[in-house]
Design a protein around this ligand. Structure first.
Ligand code: ARG
Length: 490
């Protein structure tokens, strides 16, 4: 029989390496070590953990909880450990429960027992909450930059094909002509709201948790505002129980990320459709397509399909963390350690999806002729005829019925609307006049939709321009900030 664990009262020495070993008689079972460790996942937080620890340590010295000399030794040790991670030379031990314990264990190895003072007035519970927020802040900033890059790619493709007209769809049935650029800019708008949601989430993320202790706060005379200042937090959390037990920031990120993934998936779906022989609106660049191992003629949109498919993983991360959190009593519970794997997976999935779409979009071959032919077919100008009658005083409801009859005839006879001459149209309604012909082109249909938000070329150009000037001022601002930072360093 396999024995799990040791008989009571044996081998205290075997608990060595555990910060909490003092309480235990018996070493943890290796199965338990393997089951409970989060190090393989949360080692990714090493830089944030060290950044947070350095700030905490400086505060301890400022508050005279440790001495300046102790601070210097601890900070130097932490910086050396950071270099070990960067070089890939950090050696983890099986007894390292998580990134926090691994770094503390190594710190004591490097600087001696003074390293044990770092954890004064701190718990892993507020420490992990801090690391998560530091990580999320960076993840949000990087994701917003990636979103902007995809927006730029879409806008530049729109700019290059400003005049291309395609059928717009409802129910995936050809509905009315629209500019291809207008269609692309729809995604630019969606992505802008995605970035807004992330920025909004960042404001709530940017609150300092450190100082909440294990759950009740701390007895030491700490200065939380100082730590917040060192780490660039805008505020300090106000309830220690809430602070160590909420994971809202990660959830909000995952919710915003799920909406972003959904938008990317819709764009991917359109690329799949447009690249099919039946639409033929775009030609995929070879570098972003795959072939079939069996059918020699195939060129498949796997990149777009995978962007669409990976959406499930991002939603899965959101649902996983919501489910982990839903039944937890206050305050910290070990369940919450399960937050990181789904969060990291969602961050990675979104980052790669955004990157591959950003690289592919500018390289899409646009078949404006095929789009235009599709816009001509399918009676997409029927609404023009009804609008025409309405501008001549026919109530729109009646105009709709008149044009319905015309379309029915056209379909029965297999003719386009433009083939109806004035005499024929007049038999349907006396309100038709010679100028009706001017209404029956996709160009005219598009140009007439000039109310704000409509597909008229003037609107689309204005939107592109305002985006380009925003991009221009963004680059100018970034350049100025860079120059200022350089001056400061001198
Ligand atoms: N690895 C833990 C987590 O990610 C860190 C906090 C552990 N706290 C504790 N009391 N066991 O949640």
């Amino acid at each position: 029989m396999r024995r799990v664990g040791r008989p009571p009262g044996k081998k205290r020495a075997a608990t060595r390496g555990k910060a909490w070993a003092g309480r235990m008689e018996e070493a943890t079972d290796p199965l338990v070590d393997a089951f409970t460790t989060s190090f393989p996942v949360d080692r990714r937080l090493y830089a944030h953990d060290i950044e947070g620890s350095i700030a905490h340590c400086r505060m301890l010295a400022k508050q005279k909880i440790i001495t300046g000399a102790e601070r210097d030794r601890i900070v130097a040790g932490l910086e050396a450990i950071r270099r070990e991670f960067e070089r890939g030379s950090f050696a983890a031990l099986p007894s390292d429960e998580d990134i926090h314990m691994a770094i503390e264990r190594r710190l004591i190895e490097r600087v001696g027992s003074v390293g044990g003072k770092l954890h004064t007035a701190r718990s892993r519970n507020d420490q992990v909450a801090l690391d998560l927020r530091l990580y999320l802040r960076d993840a949000i900033d990087a994701m917003c930059a990636s979103i902007t890059a995809l927006q730029d790619a879409l806008a530049s493709l729109a700019r290059r094909h400003e005049d291309a007209i395609m059928p717009g769809y409802t129910h995936l049935q050809a509905a009315q002509p629209v500019l291809f650029a207008h269609h692309l800019l729809a995604y630019v708008e969606m992505l802008e709201r995605d970035a807004d949601r992330l920025r909004d989430c960042r404001t709530r993320t940017n609150v300092l948790p450190l100082g909440a202790g294990a759950l009740a706060g701390t007895t030491f005379p700490i200065d939380r505002a100082y730590v917040a200042e060192l780490l660039g937090f805008d505020a300090v959390s106000q309830n220690s129980l809430d602070t160590v037990s909420d994971r809202d920031a990660a959830l909000e990120f995952l919710a915003a990320g799920s909406i972003l993934a959904m938008h990317l998936s819709r764009l991917a779906e359109e690329i799949v459709l447009w690249a099919s022989q039946h639409f033929g609106f775009i030609e995929l660049p070879d570098a972003f397509a795959t072939g079939s191992s069996m059918m020699p003629q195939k060129k498949n949109p796997d990149v777009a399909e995978l962007v669409r498919g990976k959406t499930g993983r991002v939603y899965g991360s959101l649902v996983a963390l919501l489910t982990t959190m839903k039944g937890l009593p206050l305050a910290y519970n070990r369940d919450m350690q399960e937050d990181k794997a789904p969060l990291f997976d969602a961050v990675d999935t979104l980052a790669t999806s955004l990157a591959v779409m950003t690289a592919m979009v500018p390289r899409l071959g646009v078949r404006a002729d095929r789009m235009r032919a599709a816009a001509d077919a399918g009676y997409t100008l029927a609404t023009e005829l009804a609008d025409y009658l309405a501008t001549r005083g026919v109530p729109f409801r009646d105009a709709h019925a008149v044009v319905g009859a015309i379309v029915r005839r056209a379909i029965a006879e297999g003719r386009p609307l433009a083939s109806f001459d004035l005499g024929e149209l007049r038999r349907f309604s006396p309100a038709f006049d010679a100028d009706v012909a001017e209404w029956l082109t996709p160009e005219a249909a598009v140009a007439r939709r000039s109310a704000t938000g409509g597909t008229a070329p003037a609107n689309v150009r204005r939107r592109l321009k305002s985006r380009e000037s925003a991009v221009g001022s963004r680059t100018a601002k970034a350049r100025a900030a860079k120059a200022a930072a350089k001056r400061k360093r001198k």
